[in-house]
Design a protein around this ligand. Structure first.
Ligand code: ADP
Ligand code: MG
Length: 290
């Protein structure tokens, strides 16, 4: 017999099974790859200044999957653009391996919400573009492109042009293109936001597989609570006006992840906490989720 979610007594989202606690112990022994150190960003406009981000601080360890969630306008895109080096901060700094980010670099790949392929290049040429620019020998760049197209399930479409693909397929090419550069850090700004539910689910599964097999650290922005819980080790919850950290949550759902876990106690307890933080602007009162 399945219980309805509202009939189950939820555990606290802070409660971790021994296997989940052991996983976080292991993660916390890994080196810190990225430090977001007191990052603030003020935009000046004719209407006055807007504090998009205030004192954002968290660390990301090697091979961690970190999501950032928060309401529209809380500064998520500004934050990931600062990490990518496309945008600057007005206070604080982002460090990669202890060194400040001064601009974009090949160590960080970026996938945007909108499809950003070169329309005049084939799918395969789009994926090979980064390796070619970096001077990777052609045969090697080609082999890398073939491999990533296989991973995202698009081998058959290698010679197609972007306008011959669906939105979901274009986004898979964009992800293959980012991964073909072999970045140590992948920055994704609502990458599945424009996809239909089924494509989104298959992309999420692909991404979990990639994380399990490749040494890559991911900073992932979404406003979808289920997506954040399903994919992440930890979730940074931002509040708006000004954009600030409300809480950093260690997701208590065990690995490997599967869609069967969506109705599990740890998953629902985490979702209840996220809803409380985002929709009720709670300031640290955990009693409802405990
Ligand atoms: P999110 O991605 O969470 O929806 P954004 O990072 O896009 O939020 O925006 C955060 C805030 O910063 C918003 O109030 C937005 O209007 C403002 N903002 C973002 N970029 C600029 C800019 N280039 N100039 C002025 N204001 C900006
Ligand atoms: Mg945004």
């Amino acid at each position: 017999m399945k219980h309805r979610p509202d009939q189950i007594e939820l555990p606290s989202y802070k409660h971790q099974s021994p296997e989940v606690a052991a996983r976080f112990d292991e993660i916390n022994r890994r080196p810190v790859v990225m430090t977001v150190g007191g990052v603030g960003r003020v935009f000046e406009s004719p209407q006055g200044s807007v504090t998009a981000l205030r004192d954002i601080a968290f660390e990301v360890r090697q091979r961690e999957f970190i999501s950032v969630i928060g309401p529209s306008g809380c500064g998520k895109s500004t934050l990931i653009r600062i990490v990518s080096g496309l945008e600057t901060c007005t206070t604080g700094a982002v460090l990669i391996d202890g060194k400040p980010v001064l601009g974009p670099g090949p160590d960080r790949g970026m996938v945007f919400q909108a499809y950003t392929l070169f329309p005049w290049l084939t799918v395969k040429a789009n994926v090979m573009f980064g390796p070619n620019m970096k001077g990777v020998p052609k045969a090697q760049a080609e082999a890398r492109a073939d491999e990533w197209l296989r991973v995202v399930g698009l081998t058959r479409f290698a010679d197609h042009y972007p306008n011959q693909l669906s939105g979901g397929m274009k986004q898979r090419v964009a992800i293959a293109r980012a991964l073909a550069n072999e970045p140590r850090i992948l920055l994704m700004d609502e990458p599945f936001g424009a996809l239909d539910a089924q494509t989104r689910a298959s992309m999420q599964a692909h991404l979990l597989e990639i994380c399990a097999s490749v040494d890559i650290t991911i900073l992932f922005i979404t406003h979808d609570l289920d997506e954040a819980i399903y994919l992440s080790d930890r979730i940074v919850v931002l509040g708006a006006h000004p954009g600030r950290v409300l809480e950093v949550i260690e997701v208590p759902v065990p690995h490997p992840r599967s869609v069967d876990q969506f109705l599990s106690g740890p998953f629902l307890a985490t979702k209840a906490r996220l809803e409380e933080l985002i929709h009720h602007r709670a300031g640290g009162d955990e009693s409802a989720a405990a």
